[in-house]
Design a protein around this ligand. Structure first.
Ligand code: CA
Ligand code: CA
Ligand code: CA
Ligand code: CA
Length: 402
């Protein structure tokens, strides 16, 4: 028994080199929309705030399904909606301490802001996978409901007969009124307990299906659909001409949309394992992005490829190596393989070794040390016609600098 323990301990020494992760390879992907609600006002470059607490509201022709049935956007301070008008402000948005509080009293209008075309950028990718995350809590729940909605809306301009939640185009909402706090994920509604505590909502759209996680627990899905959102609105744009009541109030900590990386197998020095990186070399560092049954290396935009921030000198296609799994999350300098061709075409790249060393030293803010193990990340994206999805690969090198 002691012998086995000693052997394990010796192996432990071999793999105990400190691995230095260069760059943030662990990050989930590329953030394409993010608001942490810092500052003292809503960021009007991200959200349209022109009618946040004043001006136009949605005057529906019906009380039921008032978000999707016909109606009219009109300045309800001036133009009566079913005989009623309202003097602004319509509640308040208070931004402080990295959070935004949306509140409204005993009235018929509530704050309303939105992100989406044509007046603001789409907060979602136009195709492909994404992750929408929201952290929010309710401060009070009253009979007038409000919340957050992610939907497809052809044109978010508050003009004419343009319902704020076109039927069948809602992707996700968080909403609370006296019926309670609930989420709706492409039509599937669930109730959420503890509305007055912060909850972390994470909607994943992966491989054509939605899954909703609340506080890390899968609650809904996967639900397969082609419906993709292009808009997020917060608050409630509706003028409640049918009744005056108190509004539910809530606090949002953040909204963010991330496009997850596609993890790709990377092989620094194909057919060598471990992978020495000669810091004195004036030559090139060969690296291959490896093809698999899922990854066709010909769909990658070679112009986008960077090892740290270094572009390759040249690229070519040849089957040179076999992937080591997992592609990301390497734990030792031996997390690699010296296996050769596997029948899947690879993209072979050559980098200027000195440029790579300079980039590593700039990241570390020190010179590389002989014998240290470094995890180097490679990023890039697919070609436009394959959706420009971001890619992330990594491999481990051992620095030789004597
Ligand atoms: Ca925040
Ligand atoms: Ca209220
Ligand atoms: Ca290798
Ligand atoms: Ca191969």
């Amino acid at each position: 028994m002691k012998k086995i323990a000693k052997k394990d301990w010796i192996i432990g020494i071999f793999v105990s080199l400190v691995l230095v992760l260069i760059s943030n390879s662990a990050s989930e992907g590329i953030q394409i929309f993010e608001d942490d609600f810092n500052g003292t006002t809503i960021d009007s470059t991200k959200w349209n705030t022109e009618i946040a607490t004043t001006g136009k509201r949605w005057c529906s022709s019906t009380i039921w399904n008032h978000h999707s049935n016909p109606g009219n956007w009109q300045d309800i301070g001036l133009e009566p909606c079913h005989d009623f008008t309202q003097v602004p402000p319509y509640g308040a948005i208070t931004v402080s301490g990295g959070q935004a509080i949306f509140s409204g009293g005993y009235t018929q209008s509530f704050p309303y802001i939105w992100a989406g075309p044509p007046s603001r950028l789409e907060p979602f990718p136009s195709i492909g996978d994404f992750i929408l995350e929201i952290r929010m809590k309710y401060d009070s729940i009253q009979s007038h409901g409000d919340g957050l909605s992610a939907l497809f809306w052809n044109n978010t301009d508050p003009v004419g007969n343009n319902p704020p939640s076109p039927a069948g185009q809602g992707v996700f909402s968080i909403w609370a009124d006296t019926s309670g706090l609930r989420t709706t994920t492409v039509g599937e509604q669930i109730f959420v307990t503890d509305p007055f505590f912060f909850h972390h909502y994470r909607l994943e759209y992966i491989s054509g299906a939605y899954s909703l996680f609340i506080d890390g627990i899968l609650k809904v899905g996967p639900i397969a659909t082609n419906l993709l959102p292009n808009t997020i609105w917060i608050g409630n744009p509706v003028f409640t001409y049918w009744g005056i009541s108190d509004w539910s109030d809530f606090t949002i900590d953040f909204v963010r949309v991330t496009v997850p990386h596609i993890e790709i197998p990377l092989d620094i020095k194909p057919q060598s394992c471990p992978n020495p990186l000669n810091a004195k070399s004036q030559g090139v560092l060969p690296i291959a992005i490896l093809g698999t049954d899922n990854i066709n290396v010909k769909t990658i935009d070679t112009a986008s490829i960077r090892l740290l921030n270094v572009a390759p000198l040249r690229s070519s296609f040849e089957d040179v190596s076999t992937p080591f799994k997992p592609f990301i999350g390497k734990n030792s300098e031996f997390d690699c393989t010296n296996l050769g061709p596997d029948g899947f075409l690879d993209m072979t790249l050559k980098f200027d070794t000195q440029e790579v060393i300079k980039a590593i030293e700039a990241f570390l803010n020190r010179a590389v040390v002989d014998g240290e193990a470094l995890i180097l990340p490679l990023t890039g994206n697919l070609l436009d016609e394959f959706g420009r999805k971001p890619l992330l690969g990594e491999d481990v090198v051992i620095v030789i600098s004597k």
